[in-house]
Design a binder for this molecule. Sequence first.
Ligand SMILES: [Zn+2]
Length: 322
Amino acid sequence: MAISTLSRKLLWGRAASHCAMPSCRRTLAHQSGLNGDAVLIGEEAHIVAKSPDGPRGESPLSPEQRDEYSNLILLCPTDHALIDKAPEDFSVGFLLDMKAKHEAWVKGTLGAASNPADEKWAALVDDLTARLSLDTWHKDVSAVLSGGEASMSVSTEERLRACLHWIATRPWPKGHDDLRQLIETIGHLINELLSTFSQHSDRDRLGARLRFKAFYKIPVWDDDLYASLLSEYKEGRQYLADLVLELTRYVNLFSDVVRDELDPEFRDEEGYATLIIEGDILRFDTYVPRFTQEEASVISKSLNPFQDFAKHRSARAPRFSW
Ligand SMILES: [Zn+2]
């Protein structure tokens, strides 16, 4: 469990990137003159500690609640060290009060520091991350690329279908047009993946997995029909593999853009989405499919990135062929 994008956005926005200790209030974001990058020195301090044996850690709060905005306070590194080393002087009630007063001070003196559209975006990013189940991505979709039978669990298929519906029906907040286009392309790719897969799939005996059928295996021998079905099957497998790789590249590009625009620490702990590909016998290789910088810049200028996928898919690397 990590701090969500929404919690981080609320914390930094409502504190206006200033330390909440009233005797300090130093600014915690520095715009580097050299390359314009923001250097952040603020620390997202836990009011009730992350773990029960930490400072102010004894509490009925669940691990998830401990990482929420309501239990975090933005401080400079020195004041963070101070409240954690002298927890008897900085109780939960004291810190909550300090945070509320700081946010009121921000409102009164700096005006509205938070950006409601960005807060909505942050909530949507958290929601999409959960719906795509990025933490289990490699387990959920790698089997579509399997060297043997391509398959997908029924629960993954249902979850992706629900995610697709969610993307298609979202009222997007203002701003971040590039992020919106990325998410819409992710939706197109999921749609294409599910509809391609379902054309030739059936359930296994337990009904828990969908399998892409070897539909070239015909009951009555016919050379020509066999050859044409086999080539259709191979093309289908190739297309599915290209789709899963492209979708994973898009998911990882989405993470990069969220880090650039909304949350510099987005999925720092979890890292990129991966795929596990069967190598030689009993060998499995982990891949992190990502676009090259050049590919990403072509995508950002494209009017219809999903259409471009058909043009570019054979040139992408890595690619797995049947
Ligand atoms: Zn401070």
